[in-house]
Design a protein. Structure first.
Lengths: 265, 316
């Protein structure tokens, strides 16, 4: 299987040359982002979470009457919610679990000693989330279009803003969980939270249709802000300022908490 | 001629851990005034038992831990606030490797190389460390020795001036050990500062230009191997080993000031400040008991004796 090592023979690989310098910051971040994105897309469980489950959700919402009565066709109401679900699965659950296990195996510590550094590592993860989310947008959005989705063209820009804010908020939340809990606990917590928010967090089913007693609470969750905000954007072509502010607040607070409490080892 | 500045200079390094992990919820002092300096073109070894503070010292030097007190200068800079420029000049091999199990070895090495402007050739480095042919296998399927070699390759691929190797010979088979030791000698010859930890005295004796012995978070002795093992006693012999039938009842009352043991069946070690009179007494005891040694070796003071003298206990 392996080639025999060659002890004693001096190879040109080790000959001294002027000491190495770091690659440029942007290069390092983009390279690490694409490395992590490829890792996520190659991982079977992550693919189920990122692509298969959202596709199943999309089809289920189109063939069942669950979303009837929210205005527009079933697919028009379903598609924005499923895109919000994608953001949660990639930025929060997938990224959180991967980071938790990287932390356990010392990968975070090792990479932080390379020119990538701690900040480059975090920026790279954000890039990876953006890349995977882009793939999801193409696959899930494309499937939705085939199923008859007709988003308002004027809603695309507001939706992009919300997706960016939502990714930032859920990435910071995922890092916060991964950096403070054991990886097994991270796995359990991020999956459980994903299921709870998907079912009753205003992601797929609009917050205003939930029981009145929980509406106020749910509407300030990042899941509802993203789900309802995306529905408003694609159904009406409007940017929901409150949803944007809620997501921004979650992104800022979770980032500050992650900076304060994240443990690298 | 002024002496060149050391690659790493640590003075009065103090580090407390806790309360997480400590049983009574109080801070635990892990490092208590560690001082050391590591020169370029030399192998500096941190030697000590488990828990002596070797890894924490390295982590402070690598910028993975922040010093509570004291000063750490790595290539003249503070490693806790290391710039990417400084990180590019320093290679690190962590004790547990820091390798992601699901990634393929060469893919990881290529990724680490991509963080540098002018890395070593991944193909040549992989060949040199015997890592070619693992293209389709993930890291979790590698043996301990293969993982160690991969971690070493990751530490070297950026062409560093300083390398930190935390227990580089842990889990190595004899073949990997030869490769790794040859490589460390080459790095020294190339003018790198090599700083490594070990709890194996043989490794320290074979590799070290300069040794720091750590005990309870302090540097308790330092020097070249020759300095440390130089004996205050005139005869300089500290160890007598003989082989014969196993299971002898050792004559402890005959040589009360020496330590006697049977570390392997039929292999006996007498350790301490040996005098000619001790040798005569031992030989007399052999004669009186009909014991015929098949091999006798006399050895000078080893690093193990130094460690024993300083700490009053064995390193293992």
């Amino acid at each position: 299987m392996s080639t025999r090592p060659t002890p004693g023979r001096r190879s040109p690989a080790l000959e001294p040359r002027p000491s190495g310098a770091a690659a440029a910051l942007g290069t390092r971040v983009v390279r690490h982002g694409s490395y992590e994105a490829l890792g996520m897309l190659r991982n079977g469980e992550q693919l189920v979470l990122a692509i298969v489950l959202p596709l199943l959700a999309l089809v289920a919402l189109v063939i069942t009457p669950l979303l009837d009565g929210y205005g527009g066709s079933r697919i028009d109401v379903a598609a924005p919610g499923v895109l919000a679900l994608c953001t949660m699965s990639t930025a929060f659950t997938g990224q959180g679990i991967a980071t938790g296990f990287d932390r356990r195996y010392g990968v975070l510590r090792f990479l932080s000693t390379t020119p990538l550094g701690r900040s480059g590592l975090i920026l790279g993860k954000a890039v990876a989330v953006a890349v995977v989310l882009a793939v999801q947008l193409v696959v899930i959005g494309g499937t939705a279009l085939l199923l008859g989705w007709s988003p308002m063209p004027g809603g695309i820009l507001p939706a992009a803003v919300l997706l960016l804010l939502g990714s930032a908020a859920f990435t910071a939340l995922g890092l916060l969980v991964a950096g403070t809990l054991r990886p097994e606990a991270t796995l359990a917590v991020t999956n459980l939270v994903w299921i709870l928010l998907a079912a009753a967090g205003g992601v797929i089913i609009p917050a205003r249709s939930l029981p009145e007693i929980v509406q106020g609470f749910v509407s300030v969750l990042p899941s509802a802000a993203l789900g309802d905000g995306l529905r408003d954007a694609f159904l009406d072509g409007a940017l929901d300022p409150i949803a944007s502010l809620v997501l921004l607040a979650w992104a800022v607070l979770a980032s500050l908490a992650a900076i304060r409490w994240f443990k690298w080892s | 001629m002024p002496t060149p500045a050391p690659a790493l200079l640590i003075e009065g390094l103090t580090k407390d851990f806790g309360p997480v992990g400590s049983l009574d919820g109080r801070m635990v002092r892990v490092l208590d005034g560690v001082g050391l300096s590591a020169a370029r073109g030399a192998v500096t070894v941190l030697l000590g038992a488990n828990g002596a503070g070797k890894t924490t010292t390295l982590e402070c030097a690598q910028g993975l831990q922040r010093a509570d007190a004291g000063s750490v200068r790595l290539l003249g800079e503070d490693p806790w606030r290391a710039s990417p420029r400084l990180r590019a000049r320093v290679g690190v091999m962590l004790q547990e490797g820091g390798l992601p199990p699901s990634v393929r070895p060469i893919a990881l090495l290529r990724h680490v190389a991509s963080m540098y402007r002018a890395p070593l050739s991944v193909d040549l480095l992989a060949e040199r460390l015997g890592l070619v042919g693992f293209g389709a296998v993930s890291i979790r399927r590698l043996s301990g020795g293969q993982r160690q070699r991969l971690a070493l390759a990751c530490a070297l691929v950026g062409r560093p001036e300083v390398v930190f190797l935390d227990e580089p010979s842990a889990g190595l088979d004899p073949q990997s050990r030869t490769i790794v030791f040859d490589l460390i000698n080459e790095l020294r010859a190339d003018g790198l500062a090599v700083i490594l930890t070990t709890h194996l005295l043989d490794d320290a004796q074979r590799l070290a230009d300069y040794v720091y012995i750590l005990e309870g978070g302090r540097t308790v002795a330092e020097g070249t191997v020759a300095d440390l093992t130089a004996d205050q006693d005139a005869d300089g012999l500290r160890e007598l080993e003989y082989e014969t039938v196993p299971g002898l009842t050792l004559p402890t009352e005959l040589l009360p000031h020496l330590q006697q043991s049977e570390p392997g069946p039929g292999r006996y070690v007498v350790r301490g400040a040996l005098t000619p009179r001790d040798v005569e007494l031992l030989a007399g005891w052999w004669g009186a008991n009909g014991v015929m040694p098949t091999a006798i070796t006399m050895a000078p003071r080893s690093l193990e004796d130094v460690f024993l003298d300083i700490s009053g206990r064995s390193i293992r």
